[in-house]
Design a protein around this ligand. Structure first.
Ligand code: ADP
Length: 266
């Protein structure tokens, strides 16, 4: 990886994990988890070893989107240490805060408890060799985000946003969190989700229902690249709901878009 700074933060390295990418958003519902799940399977299809840590304590959706709902990570003993074994599907290893709350049970994770659980899922887990560990952060900015990015040697951050101005205002705050002096995590770029609507049968028709090029302007303003523009497509939502990411469908418009986005990221 050229743009991705290697995982070299002193004293915090996680052996075997090359790049840790935080996927963040200014607010909820903009498609952060959808983008994370689809990028993960795309990177795996490109031949990378990929893991996902679902850190969205408010609504962990990676188990649903990657069809591992109801799984419980087993424990394995390696070198006398008991470790959590990530669940695997579609060539992607994953751990989610969602595996540790009962089915349909609303769990309110208090900050310190959530931070501890997330830290364990990163450090006390048998991830093995990974080229990329994607962390699906909770939406917004807050203590939990800060504790993750302070404790974990994140190599780069990717911000997902819709093109709306109200969303973009929050993106600035999100970027500010990573670029704070004491944190200093490079922001690899913006991914514009729901960039335009396309009816599946008329892919050349683009309707900019949330506004046009908002992310482009913001990215230029902040001096960071736009890594990809993901359209609003009904099948992308449906494929998430049934746990079979759209990007798995080879040579489809969506898988090509995710592939281009992933290439821009690595
Ligand atoms: P977040 O992680 O930001 O809260 P999600 O990824 O859970 O957002 O997405 C919110 C909802 O919007 C989900 O139902 C998802 O399937 C849907 N969605 C996200 N991106 C798209 C898109 N580009 N086209 C269609 N539906 C989308």
């Amino acid at each position: 990886p050229s743009e991705v700074q290697k995982n070299q933060i002193k004293g915090k390295e996680i052996p075997g994990i090359q790049n840790i990418i935080a996927v963040a958003s200014g607010k909820g519902g903009v498609g952060k988890s959808t983008v994370t799940a689809n990028l993960a399977v795309t990177l795996a299809q490109m031949g990378f070893k990929v893991g996902v840590l679902d850190a969205d304590i408010y609504g962990p959706s990676i188990p649903t989107m990657l069809n591992t709902e109801g799984s419980r990570p087993l424990s394995v003993t390696i070198d006398g240490k008991e470790l959590m074994k990530p669940v695997e599907n579609y060539g992607v290893k994953m751990l989610s805060i969602g595996y540790f709350s009962g089915a349909n049970q609303a769990v309110v994770w208090r900050g310190p408890m959530a931070s501890k659980a997330l830290n364990q899922m990163i450090r006390d887990a048998a991830w093995g060799e990974l080229d990329f560990l994607l962390i699906d952060l909770p939406p917004g900015t807050g203590d939990i985000h800060l504790s993750i990015i302070q404790e974990v040697p994140v190599t780069g951050a990717v911000i997902v946003s819709t093109p709306q101005h109200v969303a973009l205002a929050d993106v600035k705050k999100g970027i500010g969190m990573f670029t704070m002096e004491s944190i200093n995590i490079p922001v690899l770029g913006l991914i514009e989700n729901m960039a335009y609507f396309t009816p599946e049968e008329l892919p050349e028709n683009k309707y900019y229902i949330f506004g046009r090029q908002g992310a482009q302007y913001l990215a230029e303003d902040l001096g960071i690249p736009v890594l990809g523009e993901i359209p609003l497509v009904q099948s992308l939502r449906e494929s998430g709901d049934i746990g079979r990411p759209a990007a798995l469908q080879e040579n489809s418009i969506l898988s090509n878009i995710f592939q281009k986005t992933a290439q821009n990221m690595v």
